[in-house]
Design a protein around this ligand. Sequence first.
Ligand code: SF4
Length: 239
Amino acid sequence: MDETSNFAARLANTLDILKKIANEYAPAVFASSLAAEDMVLTDLILRNKLDIKIFSLETGRLHKETLAMLDRIQETYGVEIQLFKPKVAAVEDYVRQHGVNAFYDSVEMRKECCRIRKVEPLNRALKGNKAWITGQRRAQSATRVELAVQEDDVAHAMQKFNPLTDWSEDDVWHYIRSNNVPYNSLHDKGYPSIGCEPCTRAIQPGEDVRAGRWWWENPESKECGLHVVDGKLVRIKSI
Ligand code: SF4
């Protein structure tokens, strides 16, 4: 099979997975970071009118370019992405006790900030659903090499799907360009992976695609807690 047929097969498989989730795991939600992978899934879900709600975690520390994606999605698809924000009191307590940028001080301080600004809002966003979807890919980092398409998310008592597991970065950009999908302009400025503004830097040619995320930490600790249970990444079974 040539590369074009391989891509067509991966795309068809991803669409089948999304349809299966919409039909068999409703209510299901897609957690979009508004980055390139997630725009592929957004496009597939909205273009095919699949019954999957899309939300994003508005941490209060996102780049203006990332926030601009919300308007671009509305303009392109006529759909408003639901936003989940951290609790104001929790953010204020953290800042008062530790400072506004304490996440640079230690992995623990960084994880606590992620817990307040991402994990707790994610838990609220997932409540009441049977399945959730992410745009994670195996090739993205050392922490994702064993990523499965379907995982038993014990912590949230639901199924978790990663329909782009086998996609390469080239696949993602091929889909975006072929289908004229809107994307975050930071991707054109050396940001293949985009998180909060103070915790993301542009990368140099040859660097790992997630090297710009929490760049001051070891690769093994670079997850925000959204894909972790009891300190371990959850990888259970594939479909
Ligand atoms: S990525 Fe950085 S700013 Fe965003 S929640 Fe995590 S530690 Fe806080």
